[in-house]
Design a protein around this ligand. Sequence first.
Ligand code: MN
Length: 145
Amino acid sequence: MIVEYKGDYNWDNIDVLAYKENGTNFKSITRQVLFDGLDDIPCQLRYFEVQEGGYSSLERHVHVHLVLILRGCGQVMLGDTIHDVKEKDIITIPSKTWHRFRANAKSPLGFLCLVNVDRDKVQLPTAEQLSELKQNPSITEFLDV
Ligand code: MN
């Protein structure tokens, strides 16, 4: 099966979806499901795109992510560290690690994200966990947008 690339980070017959059904701790981000598991690859491959100034939710979960930056550049928070990321960088997000992507480099940030089809629900930080994370000034600067 071939899904034809239509240009501008769109693929034939693949809908550009809202990032999440609900929630408020994200901004200017879309989701496309490029692959939804087949036979012995029980994985979903998604393409997320964050517009300039936007960000994904601050979250953690037991399942892991494999991410490949496909478009532009920005930053990712991984645990207690902020990293600059650019096209073709590969990021592994380990289990139970707080993470957020931000398009804060005057560019959109698009990335492929591989996850298991069978995965646990996302956890968002409680007020207490958030204030704990913000003990780190570089995390505060990254989160307070
Ligand atoms: Mn996640």
